[in-house]
Design a protein around this ligand. Sequence first.
Ligand code: BG6
Length: 296
Amino acid sequence: MPVDIQSDRVVLHHPAGASTTILLYGATVISWISPSISGTSAVPVTAEGPALVERFFVSSLASLDGSKPVRGGIPICWPIFGQPSREENKALKQHGFARSSVWKYEETVLDAREGVSGRFILENSDQTDKLFPHPFKLVYTVTLAEHQLTTSLRVHNTGSAPLAFQALLHNYFKGESSIAQVQPLKGVTYRDKVRNMVEDVETREIVDVREYTDRVYEAAGGNYTLSFPRSVHISIKTHNLPDVTVWNPQETGSSMADMEPNGWAHYVCVEPGYVKQFVELKQGEEWWGQQVLTVL
Ligand code: BG6
């Protein structure tokens, strides 16, 4: 069954063996499994064909029951990233409510070898109106190909007043953080959350997270490569998501109740977003942002 619709999740299956699981809670992608690529992966190709490899980290202590945002996969940060920076958003919690709201599965958009694709919807409700008094409709489309996962977020302003928001796709990529490499970010201005939001310019060709890292790179170019040398290489291409956060808490991660012991050693977050500024939509306008993740 290429699209398996369950009560709390949807699983997309691709004929080449790839699959992805999306919880209705937060429309959070909690798994992306795809075939290893011969020659670039440490995982051997066996007589049965390429091994299937999980690409996302989800903490074994993460809650998947809708009680709190998932510690792993791809939580969606909307309508803000981080703590509220504007007075009008002060009722919102860190990273907004999209990641902790229950979305609806609207429909299967594509079911073919080129891609298997499903669409999720979140609209304002009495609950969101109390925190964020703006009518909106979010459409999140997840498309799976043999070696690729594409996620697209479309935002419609369905109200009459302007709608201002930030958006970010909080990817937790699975791999040893001690060897993770992200590039190209040299010359890009960033805000360092570890150093009280100080502004600085990246000087390294290759960014690593061997130390506690929490940097918001601004207008970063939109296309990146994440490598775990001799293991996995992932290309991240984006549309309308100009900024990117690179986060790994190292030992400070132990203060998170849902982080498994040493969990931070097994992932790096590379999070494309529109977060330096706010997108401003007038009545009836829409915006979309997209990331295309490809295993190289
Ligand atoms: C990152 C932020 O995107 O998310 C970090 O830059 C934050 O500052 C991290 O700690 C995790 O946030 P949360 O709310 O999921 O614990």
